[in-house]
Design a protein around this ligand. Sequence first.
Ligand code: FPP
Length: 236
Amino acid sequence: MADISSRPIPRHVAIIMDGNGRWAASRGLPRVAGHREGAKSVRRTIEAAIGQGVQYLTLFAFSSENWARPAEEVADLTFLMKHYLRSELGELHEQGVRLVVIGERERFGPNLAEELAKAEAKTAGNDRLVLIMALSYGGRADIVSAARKAIAAGIAPEALTEQSFTHLLSTDGIPDPDLLIRTSGEKRISNFLLWQLAYAELLFSPVLWPDFGAADFAAALEEYATRERRFGARPV
Ligand code: FPP
């Protein structure tokens, strides 16, 4: 067995959880059944991330574009997120998980937005794992929002740097992802963390999200450990 003690562990893993619909269709089930099963994978993956010593885990749970899905599916996803939050928050808190939400949460209505804010406040002191939930999130919207903040603050063009711009994004204070995993075999970024993924290692897994488990997460980290990260520089 390979020596894993000195293996580089990604500090921040971001995941595009894809394939719920296909998982359900292949079983002749409604799409919501795939999302329900996908919520179980969320729980497994959080546990796996904690077990592997990952410090930040970002999950793309709902994209800005997902609002274009049929109203019934949007309602199912909103219900599932609300249900997940209510049923899992206590345990997440006990496990030392800090919840951070990025994206336009207000679009889900004042109730869920308020519940999310309370969950963030309740877990704010935890530091075992920072769980970043991207809800109604779009990478371009994040960048435009940061640009608007810069303009509104009257920042002089020459004073705006990559460093200062980073602080205006919704992920301020969160290190960039080291590893992006997308499940279900699709090979796209789909308007996820466009700015933040600049130097992330990309890993596309054929496994459908509801089938994704601890072994797949461990395999992804093993693959990551074999990658040589150069951040644009040439080895000397
Ligand atoms: C992509 O599958 C997945 C989503 C659009 C939503 C992700 C939601 C969950 C994992 C469940 C609820 C979330 C939480 C946080 C409890 P898809 O529907 O695009 O699948 P397809 O490409 O096979 O149709």
